[in-house]
Design a protein around this ligand. Structure first.
Ligand SMILES: [Cu+2]
Length: 333
């Protein structure tokens, strides 16, 4: 086998896993092309438009290339030099103007959509949510409803959610592929993003701006609920959590309260996620692990091994404290 051929085969083999990765049906859905909100739909529509433009360009370019390869191939002998051409003004003008015109026509729907997505703020009926990015988790405040939660955003279907975005530390970016984004969360200033979800379901999000060690682990979930389910969830979030008192004491004396809030208790820390109804969440550690007693215990024993770089320190808890804390936290619902 000659050298070029073996290099070609090696490249093909190296590319194969990448190709196969695209075939997996398991795991979270990151497809931007199956939008479930008006915001997502606008972006997907631009893509649907432009794919035909780019497909046309591909076909024309490949045909010209094929023509040139065949027409100007060395037919008889290597030494025979074909006739040489220097400069062809009409052709040079054409290959400058045609791409410029194509870019201009591609820019029209793109810029129009950007203006639509940044346009007039939503109606007064919108649900106000304040999103604060932290290394490496998401804070969701519902100022009108009077509670705060983390990493799992609930929104009612068919009603506009109006998000005010900012950051507690470095720049993050809010992105839920099927719903919308990406929009930056900047420390010291506010950005906005609004969308109206159109389909009930559970969707996955991810920080889209490199923000430090566990950037890749800064995930979130969005639950688009029907209005009855959303009302039920909001009512449960507003009701006082009833923690067992032995566990509450362990929580306070173990140092947890320095960083975490549990509404209605002396724990009012603001550095870490609000844990008022942590037992109701489906996941822990910015959506990295399922919320089960086993995973909660693993997280308490060693946050850093679950989320490298996690700012929650290793508290050196003995097993009895771990068990008390797990029972207490899972009971907060
Ligand atoms: Cu990030």
């Amino acid at each position: 086998m000659n050298r070029e051929r073996s290099t070609f085969l090696q490249t093909l083999l190296a590319a194969l896993p990448l190709l196969l990765m695209g075939c997996g049906a398991q795991g979270p859905d990151w497809r931007t092309l199956q939008p479930v909100s008006d915001f997502g739909r606008l972006g997907a529509d631009v893509y649907d438009d432009l794919i035909w433009w780019t497909l046309g360009i591909l076909v024309v370019v490949e045909l010209l290339l094929l023509y040139a390869l065949l027409r100007y191939r060395s037919a008889r002998s290597e030494s025979e030099v074909p006739s040489q051409v220097h400069g062809f003004t009409a052709l040079e003008i054409a290959w400058t103007l045609v791409p410029a015109a194509i870019l201009f026509f591609i820019a029209i729907p793109t810029v129009r959509t950007i203006f639509e997505l940044q346009g007039a703020p939503p109606s007064e009926d919108a649900l106000e949510i304040t999103v604060v990015g932290h290394q490496w988790w998401w804070e969701f405040q519902y100022p009108e409803l009077g509670f705060v939660t983390a990493n799992e955003l609930h929104v009612p279907v068919g009603r506009t959610a109006n998000l005010t975005l900012s950051s507690a530390d470095v720049i993050h970016s809010f992105w839920i592929p099927q719903i919308g984004g990406k929009r930056d969360l900047n420390p010291g200033s506010e950005n906005r993003l609004w969308f109206t979800p159109t389909e009930v379901g559970e969707y996955y999000g991810q920080c889209a701006e490199l923000c430090g060690t566990s950037h890749a682990n800064m995930r979130m979930r969005v639950f688009v609920d029907d209005s009855a389910t959303f009302a039920e969830w909001a009512a449960a979030m507003q009701a006082p959590a009833i923690p067992d008192s032995a566990g509450a004491m362990t929580f306070l004396i173990s140092g947890c309260a320095a960083c975490h809030t549990i509404a209605g208790t002396p724990a009012q820390g603001k550095v870490g996620p609000d844990l008022t109804n942590v037992g109701r969440r489906t996941t822990l550690a910015s959506s990295l692990i399922p919320n089960t007693p086993e995973h909660m215990a693993g997280w308490l024993r060693s946050p850093d091994s679950v989320k490298p770089g996690a700012l929650m320190p290793d508290l050196n808890l003995d097993e009895q404290r771990v068990n008390e804390l797990v029972r207490f936290l899972e009971g907060l619902r």
